[in-house]
Design a protein. Structure first.
Length: 391
């Protein structure tokens, strides 16, 4: 392996835990993150008076904008992304939000520039609320990128030191740093020379910053609960033990295949495993590491293996020493897809006494596979404790 070189960027290995193969929960969180961002950007076009009638040296009052309602939540969701999924996945979400924000601004520009249709009398109102103001857009996108990247970076760096402990320090510390950069850049780029006095601009910036940080503090119990729930839901997340020892960070099965391209097609494209890393080296050496969610080690004695063979295949002596089991949402459709891709069907999907639907295949690389669906989980019944050593 020393002759191989990494063909993809890979974060440095550490004992810090993150979800190695994000599930559909990650996509939902990214969607919420982007939705909050877009709504906040539109709401931010209205300034709001919080307190009026103060002395002029503090700007005459305390002011904010409509983005204050939801925008602080983007930093809370950003904390969740960085804490559970790591810096790489958090950056991906931030870039998606940036692209959607830029697209929204360009769309409003195009719609505002288009001539109004017959009977439409709100052209001026549309431009007043959603009109393209290059300075504001630049300020918003610049502040967003700097603030969110710093927020995610601080979460991960503090976690590298504290592991699973002191979550509050990561959440508050990252918001203090990220919101400061976001607020300072946005206010400086957007409003220098626009506010009648420096006092008014400083009051606007300080009020917004303090408010956003306080929202993070007040929401800490909710953020804790959300992060705890997502960590439990993510099969690829494995928290490090709280004390001592050298924990196993990952279990990886290494398979030597004669036809590399066919094996990649079978396991990546047909079975749907996620590419995590690829390497190439001298003499056409190649390796691809595929994520399969949660990895477990099932130790069974020979009578148990014979029992499984009897249930799944109808006879004993089918299993070798090693066999892979993949949990999927629909074992029947996955079995059909894999057999169409060249797998040998040993036994079709069969209902087991353990409320699962199991199929047996001979896959690429001379690897025997069990493809199974937990019927209890799929139907909303049963308990995780019922799923013991049965594949």
């Amino acid at each position: 392996m020393t002759t191989l070189h990494d063909t993809q960027h890979r974060e440095a290995s550490s004992t810090v835990s993150f979800a190695t193969a994000p599930s559909g929960t990650y996509a939902v969180i990214v969607a919420v993150f982007c939705g909050l961002l877009l709504i906040s950007n539109i709401a931010a076009t209205k300034t709001i008076t919080v307190v009026d009638g103060l002395p002029e040296f503090v700007g005459g009052g305390i002011f904010t904008d409509g983005g204050a309602f939801l925008f602080p939540l983007t930093y809370i969701v950003g904390d969740v992304l960085a804490e559970v999924y790591g810096l790489r996945q958090a950056k991906r979400a931030i870039w998606v939000g940036f692209a959607l924000g830029a697209l929204a601004s360009l769309t409003f520009l195009a719609v505002g520039a288009a001539p109004p249709g017959p009977g439409y009398e709100n052209q001026e109102a549309f431009l007043a609320v959603l009109g393209f103001v290059p300075r504001i857009v630049l300020a918003s996108l610049t502040g967003y990128l700097a603030g969110q990247f710093l927020n995610a970076y601080v979460v991960v760096k503090i976690k590298e030191r504290t592991k699973e402990r002191h979550l509050w320090a990561r959440l508050i510390g990252s918001t203090v740093v990220g919101e400061f950069a976001d607020t300072a850049l946005f206010c400086f780029i957007a409003f220098v020379g626009v506010f009648p006095t420096w006092g008014g601009l400083i009051s606007y910036a300080v009020a917004g910053y303090v408010y956003k940080v306080m929202v993070e503090v007040v929401m800490l119990p909710v953020t804790y609960a959300v992060i705890r729930a997502i960590k439990k839901r993510e099969p690829g997340y494995a928290a490090a033990p709280p004390s001592g020892g050298t924990p196993v960070r990952q279990m990886r099965l290494v398979v030597a295949v004669d036809d590399y391209d066919s094996a990649v097609h079978f396991y990546r494209d047909e079975l749907g495993l996620i590419v995590e890393e690829t390497y190439e080296g001298e003499n056409e050496a190649k390796v691809m590491i595929l994520g399969a969610g949660r990895a477990t080690l099932e130790l069974s004695n020979r009578p148990q293996i014979d029992l499984i063979d009897t249930v799944e295949v109808g006879r004993t002596g089918v299993s070798g020493q090693y066999r892979l089991a993949f949990e999927v949402d629909d074992s029947a459709s996955v079995t059909n897809r894999l057999t169409a891709a060249g797998a040998e069907l040993i036994a079709p999907p069969t209902a087991t006494p353990w409320r699962s639907l199991n199929a047996r295949l001979q896959g690429q690389g001379d690897v025997q596979l069990t493809i199974f669906t937990e019927l209890g989980a799929a139907q909303g019944g049963g308990s995780d404790h019922d799923n013991t050593d049965k594949h």
